[in-house]
Design a protein around this ligand. Structure first.
Ligand code: PPE
Length: 321
């Protein structure tokens, strides 16, 4: 397997591009001890019209909101962060990539849970990320229902994409992969379907597309929103509603969505086949529309593609530390 970081030379740190190897942190950084970070995952596509970042302003807005929950002031405006993402992609000369802005509490000569005296650091990295759930994922993956519940909405807010939330995600993922599944679907604290360790979930039942509401401890996924809008465009009825576990075994179609996972069909849950055990018609129609938009073959009617812009000369763009 090729290394996703091959050829990646620059990482953006607090306003400047620094060498990949120098993008390190102090071991006493608050985030390492207490999970005090928020982040984004964004994809840049090599479209027919040039490199473009999918729904970049929406991702940056969510990052700002994630930080707001934990009272982490970011000393860059949304516009500056948008430009910083593009600058990082251009500097690394990647026609398509995955972008990871990370905001966290660093080392501030104090220790203890209280984060308020620790400096807020901002990094942006990017790399090549292929199929998140395996090369065969497009024909459907096998999932289990996790024995771990998603974090209750009044324990840790799922709407904030915080690094600490991913300890719960790791329990879900580790259990799934060690038992031979690609992913685990977690139930929320009340026992309704919530989401995967890194994906939202959708099901098709009698021609209607269903997805759990935000109250089911789900991340407000940008791919989730994209799929809802595509479905409406295609005339497919969509509803957000609480989904009892049993429906996972009886629905006609099931798929997961996420920036990394894009749209991944599910072919079985706890070894019970979903529908015919292969991607269903509505799933395939939505996948085709999504692919068409991100490749630039279908008109970007919602204005989702943010052009990275022309590559600027390295000397002007890059300041080495
Ligand atoms: N739920 C969770 C828990 C989640 O982490 C993601 C994204 C989603 C839903 C889908 O959200 P969106 O990307 O906005 O459609 N997970 C990111 C991180 C994956 C990782 O392993 O790292 C991602 O897909 O980028």
């Amino acid at each position: 397997m090729s290394n996703p970081f091959d050829g990646v030379r620059w990482i953006w740190k607090n306003g400047q591009l620094i060498d990949f190897e120098k993008a390190t942190v102090h071991v006493l950084s608050h985030a390492l001890h207490y999970g005090s970070g928020v982040f984004e995952g964004i994809r840049c596509y090599n479209t027919k019209q040039g490199s473009a970042v999918f729904r970049l302003p929406e991702h940056i807005r969510r990052l700002e909101n994630s930080a707001k929950v934990y009272r982490m002031p970011i000393s860059f405006t949304g516009e500056e962060l948008i430009e910083a993402c593009c600058e990082t992609i251009r500097a690394n000369e990647l026609p398509s990539c995955y972008i990871r802005p990370l905001v966290f509490r660093g080392f501030g000569h104090t220790i203890g849970v209280n984060p308020l005296q620790n400096p807020v650091e901002v990094f942006i990295a990017c790399w090549n990320w292929g199929k998140y759930l395996g090369e065969e994922a497009e024909s459907g993956v096998d999932v289990c229902v996790s024995s771990w519940r998603r974090i209750a909405a009044d324990s840790m807010p799922a709407v904030s994409k915080a690094t600490g939330n991913y300890l719960n995600g790791q329990l879900i993922k580790i259990e799934a992969v060690t038992n031979g599944y690609a992913e685990g679907l977690a139930l929320d604290a009340r026992g309704f379907v919530s989401e995967g360790s890194g994906e939202n979930v959708f099901m098709v039942q009698d021609g209607v597309l269903l997805t759990p509401p935000l109250a089911a401890s789900v991340l407000q996924g940008i791919t989730r929103d994209t799929v809802v809008k595509i479905a409406r465009d295609l005339g497919i009825p969509v509803r957000e509603e609480q989904i009892p576990r049993g429906q996972l075994y009886t629905c006609d179609e099931l798929f997961m969505t996420g920036t990394a996972a894009e749209i991944t069909p599910i072919r079985s849950v706890d070894r019970n086949p979903v529908g015919q055990g292969c991607p269903g018609e509505i799933t395939r129609r939505i996948m085709a529309e999504f692919k068409g938009i991100v490749s630039g073959e279908i008109a970007d009617r919602h204005g989702w593609l943010y052009p990275v812009g022309a590559a600027v000369p390295q000397a002007a763009a890059v300041t080495e530390r």
